[in-house]
Design a protein around this ligand. Structure first.
Ligand code: 5GP
Length: 217
């Protein structure tokens, strides 16, 4: 006898927002707390920071290797950000499906908008935008983490202003206050739970015969 299907992972969750809005910290905590999620590892031409590991934080590649990926059509999306290239490999989405997990992508806004215009079926995309409590907080966070020179930091702050204008293309927003990543983690978990409970055609096809309902007319 047919059974109501358990949740079938099909989400590609895109998390975007200004550099310094706290996306990485929240996503790390989220993926640690929930093993039904798999974070995509991006390719970048940026140099690794002292604490970053190749294959874990990013696939760190040369510009020519990155361009080869572009020519081979390996990217779901890619974009230039602050003078470096960043891209999501299509194989990362396949790997999440094979692991029966939902994929999480932490990417900047131009890349997110490229995915918005694509049909990912049988997967479906979900767009979440992080906003910092204030511009001053953003500046303070970027300054404190000491990962960029002053010129690079100013570039990131200028990009942040244009990114915030694109929030209208996203489905959900997250306010990420200082020192409270757990708040954002819980909010994203609630969004994911709601999305997983959406009624889709596959569920209807299984449920109607189970209930003995005739849908022929
Ligand atoms: P960072 O240099 O601070 O690691 O990342 C700079 C920006 O690039 C961040 O906004 C980050 O979310 C974004 N980013 C990371 N991976 C990707 C990617 O695969 N594609 C795009 N478009 N942006 C990415």
């Amino acid at each position: 006898m047919a059974k109501i299907p358990l949740y079938k992972p099909d989400l590609v969750i895109i998390i975007s927002g200004p550099s310094g809005s706290g996306k990485s910290t929240v996503i790390d905590a989220l993926c640690k707390a929930d093993d039904t999620l798999r974070e995509s590892v991006s390719v970048t031409t940026r140099k690794p920071r002292p604490n970053e590991v190749d294959g874990v934080d990013y696939h760190f590649r040369s510009k020519s290797e990155f361009k080869k990926h572009i020519q081979q059509g390996s990217f779901l999306e890619w974009a230039e950000y602050g003078g470096n290239l960043y891209g999501t490999l299509k194989s990362e989405i396949v790997a999440a499906r094979e692991a029966r997990k939902d994929a999480i992508l932490e990417i900047e806004v131009k890349g997110a908008l490229q995915i918005k215009s694509q049909d990912l079926s049988p997967a479906r995309s979900l767009f979440i935008f992080f906003i910092p409590p204030s511009f001053a907080t953003l500046e303070k966070r970027l300054r404190r983490r000491k990962t960029e020179s002053e010129t690079e930091r100013n570039k990131r702050l200028a990009i942040a202003k244009s990114e915030i204008l694109e929030i209208k293309h996203f489905n959900y927003w997250i306010s990420n206050p200082e020192n409270a990543p757990q708040h954002a983690v819980q909010q994203i978990q609630a969004i994911i739970t709601a999305e997983r409970s959406r009624i889709d055609t596959q569920l209807i096809e299984v449920i109607t015969p189970l209930l003995g309902v005739d849908t022929s007319d």
